[in-house]
Design a protein around this ligand. Structure first.
Ligand code: HEM
Length: 476
């Protein structure tokens, strides 16, 4: 459907409020219901008086829900008008929290292009390909410490692999300082999107806003100390060293504020997407034993115990299909937000400056013209489809397309292979899995699994309860 032919449905007052409340509780279900009821272009205008995030609406500035490739293309190819927001929270003027949101996602034009080029060497395909065996070593050594037969919190365990891989290969080495920074950056994201985020922005020790302000000060201190040690030691495989030891887009030495902005957002974005992708892939596999068996057969027969690497990707089509299908059905970043920098139009409909618009990857990935039976986990579909990045915006699209695509997918595939060739993975009995969506799709509570040896075929599928079942149609 071409965006230009779609008319918006404009909701105000109680109707807008209802959708707003549902959105605050569960953005994926809320946007799905809105899509089923009103279509792919819904404007919430006037009527949400309760939160900082929705303040734009209170002032008569709309929040727009869209879905589908045509909208994605119109918005994502025009970042000068539709500017990205940071995954980090922001804060009062002149605070560390405010300085941190000025990283790559918020830049546009020449400045953005300059930094994308500068940061590309360690992230490009050839650089990542060379890291296959080293990433596998980290995944293997972490997985080797996982206990057989005891509860293991999958989100945490997978997170350790992804954080270690990121700091080791994108930030100059796995050490205490870089681990502290990546963990604190993750904590900042949690605070931005967690339950307290809807409270008023009052800077007191016990408010979420106050916690954000203080956490950001700590994080800034760690980043600047770490940056001081890297100054004068250029390393073109280390994203932080590249930022620190090169001039900024105007040719000047970057000041502390610029270092903090770039390094904080790079850390925040570098591991949680892969953590989310791998966690949900493993969960989906526990519920789809036929897919799990086919994948394990491919891994054991093609790799014979060796680590998968990207140069052998052609020999592992099912691994590729499983990871794509998992990210389609449970996208690591299910919604992307953009803010209008000027009065503009979408699908020919006028919208004022500061309008917020949602790119909905979750719904786009279920559009029936590309993905039939969108709620069904079916890796085989990828043997016949090649959607473009607007139809499948899991890594976004346009100038802000994720630069970590090669690293992220390699890390997920390699770690998945390391885990599945070592263990059978079951959900803990009577497991309940509820999700939280923003910015990454993650479990609300511990996601306990139990591991068996790979040759132990004794268990049947453990049924799954919780809100995650609203997003996936599981086999009977
Ligand atoms: C499976 C893993 C990953 C997924 C699904 C993913 C997804 C995404 C998405 C959807 C965006 C756009 C967000 C928005 O505009 O709201 C994005 C941006 C970004 N990602 Fe990733 N990402 C992954 C891994 C990585 C890794 C490993 C890095 C390494 C540094 C990374 C770095 C970035 C950066 C710097 C941006 C901002 C780009 C810009 O604004 O130009 N990502 N990612």
């Amino acid at each position: 459907m071409a965006a230009a032919t779609v008319k918006p449905v404009r909701l105000t007052g109680p109707a807008a409020l209802r959708v707003g409340f549902r959105f605050a509780r569960d953005p994926l279900q809320a946007t799905r219901t809105a899509f089923d009821t009103w279509g792919p272009f819904v404007i919430l205008a006037e009527g949400l008086p309760f939160s900082k995030r929705a303040r734009a609406v209170t002032l008569g500035i709309p929040l727009v829900l869209t879905a589908g490739a045509a909208f994605n293309a119109e918005i994502l190819t025009n970042p000068e008008t539709w500017r990205g927001v940071s995954v980090l929270p922001g804060g009062p003027k002149n605070s560390a929290a405010r300085r941190m949101i000025a990283g790559l996602p918020r830049l546009t034009g020449e400045q953005h292009a300059y930094y994308r080029k500068l940061l590309s060497p360690p992230l490009r395909r050839t650089s990542v390909e060379a890291l296959g065996a080293a990433i596998a070593q980290i995944a293997d050594s972490e997985a080797a410490s996982w206990p057989i037969g005891e509860n293991l919190d999958l989100w945490d365990a997978v997170g350790r692999i992804m954080q270690r891989a990121s700091v080791a290969f994108l930030f100059g080495g796995d050490n205490e300082q870089s681990r502290v920074i990546i963990q604190r950056a993750g904590r900042m994201m949690e605070l931005k999107w967690g339950p307290g985020a809807f409270a008023l922005p009052i800077n007191l020790p016990f408010t979420t806003y106050g916690q954000i302000v203080r956490e950001a000060e700590q994080l800034e201190r760690h980043i600047l100390q770490w940056a001081a040690a890297k100054r004068g030691h250029p390393d073109d495989r280390d994203l932080a060293s590249i930022i620190i030891n090169n001039p900024d887009a105007t040719g000047r030495t970057p000041d502390d504020a610029a270092l903090v902005a770039h390094i904080a957002s790079l850390f925040a974005l570098s591991s949680e997407g892969s953590q989310s992708a791998l966690t949900w892939t493993l969960l989906l596999l526990t519920q789809h034993p036929r897919v799990m068996a086919t994948l394990r057969d491919e891994l054991l027969s093609k790799l014979g115990g060796a680590s998968p690497s990207l140069d052998r990707a052609g020999e592992l089509p099912y691994l590729d299909a499983v990871v794509k299908e998992s990210m389609r059905i449970l996208p690591p970043i299910p919604l992307q937000i953009r803010v209008a920098q000027r009065d503009t139009t979408i699908a020919g409909y006028g919208l004022p400056q500061r309008t917020r618009i949602m790119i909905n990857t979750f719904l786009t990935n279920r559009m029936p013209d590309v993905f039939s039976d969108g709620d069904v986990f079916c890796p085989e579909r990828w043997l016949n489809i090649t959607p473009n990045s607007f139809e499948f915006p899991v890594f976004s699209a346009g100038p802000h397309l994720c630069p970590g695509y090669w690293f992220g997918t390699a890390a997920v595939k390699i770690a998945l292979a390391a885990i599945l060739t070592r263990f059978q993975v079951d959900l803990r009995r009577r497991a309940r899995v509820d999700y939280r969506a923003q910015p990454t799709l993650r479990p609300r509570q511990r996601m306990d699994v139990r591991l068996r040896r790979v040759d132990d075929n004794t268990r049947a599928v453990t049924p799954l309860a919780g809100t995650i079942r609203n997003l996936v149609k599981l086999p009977p």
